[in-house]
Ligand binder design. Structure first.
Ligand SMILES: O=P(O)(O)OC[C@@H](O)[C@@H](O)c1c[nH]c2ccccc12
Length: 384
């Protein structure tokens, strides 16, 4: 068994260095194989067995995980109890493996839109993984065109215009507003955005709730746009990050409302190993404080929209920057104000609050000419 673990480990060594990625848990999450203890715990033994079955191994730096985190995983605590301890209210779809997670109706029914999306996403990801196993997707990620510098493009655009850089979103629909644009051609919209000064593009890939697709991401990437691309996905599994890279994404969104700290740390690491940027999204103070404790976060998105209630308030960006702007600036982290921005006043408001960039979908895609709409949003033409 040991020899097959080592054999599998050598397969993955190319990507990253002392932890195991195992499908033992609901999504592929890191589990440290501890070599400093007399004998492996039952969970670690199980991991070894899975590893021996041929799952892909990843090695990460030990110092990344403190021992209590390791023990959390090894103790077999459910993802939901770990998440709840961090204030995360979005539950993963329950597995019978964890009887402590509730029974009956409460267990089987998602409690809000975000939870519904995440539950659907788990089914979708496991189906996609069955068709394209991680190892295959990793190989095709290696063959993808090299990643572009997402943060660099934002910095350059901000310097050029003296305004927050624009991440313009290719968005067909949303769960609450429904269809945003009847005639929807992602490539046409992407080119119009780029021509009118967008620094980066955000491509929604969730099919069920946003009518997006990975095909859109791939076609836009192959259509000759130069802007770096953010894969706007509900990431719950590192498989999705490799998949996004294989389709040409330069950045991915990591939503703190659904990801425990350890997942964020691990996913940041995977992004870095692929040369991608992670835009870590928060909505409230608790999520922001969690994210500020994680090393290596370069760019934070403050979502003005609650993904639980879908209510929007642009004052959220201002409020969080008033409270935590000092720490954010000290750490050199850039902030993107996301959602609900419609007018030059809205942009000026979040600019004054201290953001480096804005992420805008609805107010652009709902207009006849989404490219021309950019000058309307900023109150002037943006330099390309
Ligand atoms: O269309 P708006 O209000 O301009 O918002 C764009 C973007 O911020 C929003 O689509 C978004 C922000 N975070 C998300 C997470 C998942 C899906 C969508 C989003």
């Amino acid at each position: 068994m040991e020899s097959s673990i080592l054999a599998a480990a050598s397969v993955a060594r190319a990507s990253v260095p002392a932890t195991v990625l195992s499908p033992l848990f609901p999504s592929s999450r890191p589990v440290v194989l501890r070599t400093d203890v007399a004998g492996p715990s039952p969970a670690a033994r199980a991991v070894r067995c899975r590893a021996a079955e041929g799952s892909v191994l990843h090695r990460l730096d030990d110092e990344m995980f403190n021992s209590s985190e390791v023990i959390q995983w090894e103790s077999g605590k459910s993802i939901n109890s770990i998440a709840a301890a961090q204030g995360i209210r979005i539950r993963r779809r329950c597995r019978p493996r964890y009887p402590s997670e509730g029974v009956g109706a409460d267990r089987d029914v998602p409690r809000n839109v975000l939870e519904q999306i995440i539950w659907d996403k788990e089914v979708e990801v496991s189906q996609r993984k069955a068709k394209a196993p991680l190892q295959k997707v990793m190989e095709s990620a290696e063959r993808a065109p090299p990643p572009r510098d997402f943060v660099g493009a934002l910095d350059a655009a901000r310097r050029r215009n003296g305004l927050p850089a624009l991440i313009a979103e290719v968005k067909k629909a949303s769960p609450i507003k429904g269809l945003l644009r009847e005639h929807f051609n992602p490539v046409e919209i992407a080119h119009a955005y780029e021509k009118n000064g967008a620094a980066c593009l955000s491509i929604l890939t969730d099919e069920k709730h946003f009518l997006g697709s990975f095909d859109n991401l791939e076609t836009v990437r192959n259509s000759g746009v130069n802007c770096p691309l953010l894969c706007k996905e509900f990431v719950i599994d590192v498989w999705q990050i490799y998949y996004a890279r294989s389709k040409g994404a330069d950045a991915v969104l990591l939503i703190a409302a659904v990801l425990p700290d350890l997942d964020i740390k691990y996913m940041l690491r995977v992004c870095r190993s692929l040369g991608m940027t992670a835009l870590v999204e928060v909505h409230d103070e608790r999520e922001l404080d969690r994210v500020l404790k994680i090393d290596g976060v370069q760019i934070i998105g403050i979502n003005n929209r609650s993904l639980g209630t879908f209510e929007v308030d642009t004052a959220n960006t201002d409020m969080l920057l008033r409270k935590r702007g000092d720490v954010i600036r000290k750490k050199g982290i850039k902030v993107v104000s996301e959602s609900g921005l419609f007018t030059p006043d809205d942009v000026a408001y979040v600019h004054n609050a201290g953001v480096s960039a804005v992420l805008v979908g609805e107010s652009l895609v709902t207009q006849d000419d989404p490219g021309r709409a950019i000058a309307g949003l900023f109150g002037k033409e943006l330099l390309h």
